[in-house]
Design a protein around this ligand. Sequence first.
Ligand SMILES: [Zn+2]
Length: 300
Amino acid sequence: MQGIYPPELAMTATPESRDPIARRCICCNSQNLARSPAVLMPFVAYRAFGHEPLDILPEWGFRDLRPGMAYTLCNSLQCRECGVLFLDYRFTDAQMASLYSGYRDERYTRERDRFEPGYAATTARDFEHRAPYIADIERWLSPHLPQHPAVLDWGGGSGINTPFLGTSPTVHIHDISAVPCVAGAVPADPETFGKQHYDLVTCCQVLEHVPYPFDFLQSMLPALDTETLLYIEVPYESLVRKSPDSRELATSKRHWHEHINFFSPDALRCLLQRAGLNCVDHHVLSLGAKEIMGFLARRH
Ligand SMILES: [Zn+2]
């Protein structure tokens, strides 16, 4: 996710749907959840909560605590109804801002490299250029769209990975990260949502970071008219991919990082329907070791 969690969502949610430690499914709202303890990875715990790992030393003389490294604990939750696997912590707007401020800039990269040595030298560099697989996404989307679709990218950062960048005359980016847009893209004006027609609204590699995906999707609806297609793309995480129908995954998920939601195809379809969207088509795309899944949907 290249943008920061939009603060306007705070006004669209009811208090019970924003429990900071989830008690309901983030997709279907069920309370039928499996639970298993896990570790919140130190970089995320540091950015969101200000926690540092703590080495408990024998000389402190604790009677009931064993010496050793203490990390921030959390729970893995899996919905027994729709199958989504997720972190129990649902970060507040302030925690999300802290976690994602200056996302992948120099300071962010330096801090992350302190907890995850090698991050700066390897992973961070992957995000400076347009990802090659975007051409595959465009090929998949094209038959559903007019030749030069008007595109709004929700959470698209600079627009570097926005589908149809460079070929469509209208590429708008809705993102509060204040990253300058690349050539061919301009910032969207939320005042025009509902008046300006978009053929395609995209939200790629965002929903897996978002604490309240249902609220997030609902906040996008004003930008969609009845003809607009919404393209949602998330990682198809290998743990879920190996057993997409399993409801026993919580005990296999022992750590959480910035992807706090692992969707199954059923769970994502369920979330879309609950938000008032019908699935038109979907695909799974292999990117070497990783896979992504994309859903195309339209308002009811
Ligand atoms: Zn569910």
